[in-house]
Design a binder for this molecule. Sequence first.
Ligand code: C5P
Length: 419
Amino acid sequence: MTANLSGENTLKGKSIILGISGGIAAYKVPELVRKLRKAEAEVQVIMTKNAQEFIAPLTFQTVSNNPVITEMFAPVMTSEVAHVSLADKADLVVVAPATANVIAKFAVGLADDFLSTTVLANKAPILLAPAMNVNMYTNPATQENLEVLKKRGFYCVGPGKGELACGWEGKGRMSEVEEIFRSIKTILVPKDLKGKKFLITAGPTQEPLDPIRFITNRSSGKMGYALAEAAQIRGAEVTLVTGPTQLPLPRGVKVISVDTAGQMYDATIKHYQSMDTVIMAAAVADYRPAEFSPKKIKKEKNNLTIALVKTPDILAAMGKKKGTVFLVGFAAETEDLLANAQQKLQTKNVDLIVANDVTQPGAGFETNTNIVTLLCRNGKSEKLPQMSKELLAHKILDKVIALQSEARRQKTEARRSRN
Ligand code: C5P
């Protein structure tokens, strides 16, 4: 079955209880609520008494579009909330910031306010974003409490290092909202690629001419990194072979950094056989200087001719080996998009081509969005509207899963009809 999910859709309709305890980091949390709402999740905020010393419940009521629960027996809840067992309907409970105090309460199973009661009664996954003074965090009491909770299956994001509100430096800062948001998605995403091995190439390659200069392609690496991240959060074991980019490396992914097409070829071919799926999103330079000058080439002549030689076509080489590996290639074209992509599909012997006309606004190299057509071996194609590279990454993975299960189904039918 295809999950047909996306980074955004993962959270659509999900019910998230957001517990806020008394730490200064509470001021960052409205932004988390805003992001969750934007992703179409339902957010029910519960604030402890101490949390309300840092930020007003009204702020959360406004951003969550829901009444905030502040007291165990207060009549602030709407009749709807009052009659629904919150703990029962939640898909996820997030506690951010999680202070040393609430962590301790959860560890011993105390239920003396609405948040601790909900956590104790709850069956859904729980994510903690601890935030506290470094000494409180490193104190064995807190460390042991966190250990106990992790053993019980609680998820934890952070804390990070940095300047703390108390003036100390060190570990204890609540993770940034973006990181907490990513952890939430990771927990809620169906793990439909669990046990699968993916190799993804990304970014440009650089072909050196002398110690100062190189030939390269325009590429930010965003598409390949989005694919690596999407496959990882869906449970795949991901190897990312990346050319030089400015992007932060995706979490939980094995990264092999390369510079040249030759190095990318070696790294990819080395791991090829052990993979289930290989996605070549890299913008590999097609030519490299025939000679590398160990010294800087001086600007003495008016004209300079540089001899170029072809780099290895990695995708075509893998297509020759093929075997059972599912191969995905990209085609960035400026003309005759579909005809060129179709030809690539055949000559390079790949299963799926992601074709994009890089002349369109909102498609191609340095943008955050892309506009592509997916071309399959069976001749079918699907034109997708403009969307974020993150969302597109999930759509491509959905397609890979759908085509693989279709191929398995056909194989089984063929075997049946032979017998
Ligand atoms: O033929 P073209 O370079 O347009 O094909 C694009 C596809 O082939 C992309 O998936 C790209 O990563 C891959 N490629 C490659 N090795 C090259 C050039 C392109 O693997 N030398």
